[in-house]
Design a protein around this ligand. Structure first.
Ligand code: C5P
Length: 235
């Protein structure tokens, strides 16, 4: 049975053992999982095989950013490893994104979703100015999301606060993946601009990345169930 939920649990743990302990407690029909740089660097690609064999759809969140040929090859390897979703930096430019999209088109029966990161949510106006970008973060997000779409990306990672705007600009089929999700009553942590799962979906998000509200919960399974229930999904 495929996953019924838009929730993607970020397996942000320093070791493969801890990540797999959590994954084994989770149900692949109730969530997908995300492997980021820390986990991938410590475990290597075997983590993908382990999570796939547990039945999970895996988002490989390595945010590739390099010359077009290198990124296209990396994206292609990820797709051949069977990941459900992989991402690149939109600021790598049109040729880098087009090469990546073309690489996936060359894989028979490709099912991997290719998305782009626009502006890192850790960056504010002064950070952009310092790297020579004279636009507000919102303007830059809009510009890079439009570039991502016209370069063949299936969607972008964005803040849920940007979902309504990007959904209106780029259409409902353009996949919006949003972190910074906090169910009612959970700790905000270092995320500044947060939304609940239901608010984010109502704003147009397609997938919700949730780390600490699930992984650090006293009862992670109950926390996931509650978030899914908030979305009126079968638990
Ligand atoms: O624990 P929390 O729910 O804040 O985790 C969010 C996850 O989403 C982390 O893996 C974090 O690296 C990732 N992320 C984010 N903001 C972005 C992109 C990714 O929080 N803009």
């Amino acid at each position: 049975m495929s996953c019924q939920s838009p929730i993607v649990v970020a397996l942000d743990y320093p070791t493969m053992t801890q990540s797999l302990e959590m994954a084994k407690r989770l149900d692949p029909t109730q969530c997908r999982v995300k492997v980021g740089k820390e986990l991938f660097t410590t475990s290597g690609p075997v983590i993908l095989d382990e999570l796939h064999s547990l039945g999970f759809d895996v988002f490989l969140d390595l945010k590739f950013h390099d010359i077009p040929n290198t990124v296209a090859n990396a994206v292609s390897v990820a797709a051949r490893a069977g990941v459900w979703m992989v991402n690149v930096h939109a600021s790598g430019g049109r040729r880098m994104m087009e090469a990546s999209a073309n690489a996936l088109q060359n894989i028979a029966d490709n099912k991997t979703v290719l998305i782009a990161v626009t502006v890192l949510t850790s960056m504010d106006q002064s950070d952009l100015i310092e790297i020579g970008i004279n636009a507000t973060p919102e303007q830059q997000v809009k510009r890079l999301a439009a570039l991502a779409k016209s370069s063949g990306m299936n969607g972008v990672v964005c803040s849920a606060q940007e979902s309504a705007m990007l959904s209106a600009d780029l259409g409902k089929d353009f996949v919006l993946v949003t972190p910074g999700i906090r169910p009612l009553g959970s700790a905000q942590g270092d995320q500044k601009r947060i939304m609940t799962p239901a608010q984010a979906m109502a704003a147009g998000s397609h997938y919700l990345v949730m780390g600490r509200p699930i992984t650090q919960a006293a009862d992670p399974i109950a926390a996931l169930r509650q978030a899914n229930q908030e979305l009126a999904l079968p638990a």
